[in-house]
Design a protein around this ligand. Sequence first.
Ligand code: PHE
Ligand code: CO
Length: 296
Amino acid sequence: MEQPRRVEHQLTDKGYVPVYTTNVVDQPWNDYSAVEHTTWATLFERQMALLPGRACDEFFDGLARLQMNAQAIPRFADLNPILKAATGWELIAVEGLLPELAFFEHLANRRFPVTWWIRTPEQIDYISEPDLFHDLFGHVPLLLLPVFADYMQAYGEGGLKAARYGNEPLTELTRLYWYTVEFGLMNTPQGLRIYGSGIVSSKGESLYSLESAAPNRIGFDLKRVMRTRYRIDTYQKTYFVIDSFDQLFRATVDPDFGPIYYELKGASAFPAGDVQDQDRVFQRGSGEGWPADGDV
Ligand code: PHE
Ligand code: CO
């Protein structure tokens, strides 16, 4: 078996460009170095110290059932039977970012792609693309929750459908994924909690998303989110808050997006940090430290 590649962004004369790969590989578990297991342990322990009282209960529940711990990088082969039994999902090891359609196709079939490699010690605090820690620690615990597992599969199917409608629908659907799966917050009786994987896997953003005065925190609204640009190189300027996973499911999975894509055709997009009149505002951000440009 060939050693899987570590596919990362590349620096060219046009700056950093993402590189995509569709290869599905075997997780080369025996080849992880002591340094790599230590990187996992450091990240795991740091987030576990930070997340109680900040991440949602469902996240901790999933983590406990998967028996992830700081001892070693988990083996996908150990997690898969647990995940399969809970919701029928399965992890597959990949070399890096997947092209959109390949990603949707996996999700639609309840396969979750996890990057096999982990960041280097120099990248502990910041890495600009998903690695094993983000994919596994950030995404997989919620895949044990039936409503979220169903949401993710429906999203994959919705992605394949959006791609047939064209580029604008794809962009709108990508924003939805970004502001829910990756950077979502939830309103609970105990206060705001994190469920977005991009937040739970980041020390800085776990604190910033909930406690900083800078970002907006706004109630989730489907069309609002679909029109909102985002940041890929800084903390988010705006976080959208759901009331429950059931609300998210009803607002996104049930409706046919066909008419919604039609309605939003040609509508202007909102800058990442703007607050709109109809918004249900949990916090109006101070905007401190925000770059003026660079929304995606
Ligand atoms: N209901 C959406 C559609 O008809 C698909 C979707 C499901 C989108 C789940 C997001 C999340 O296209
Ligand atoms: Co992610």
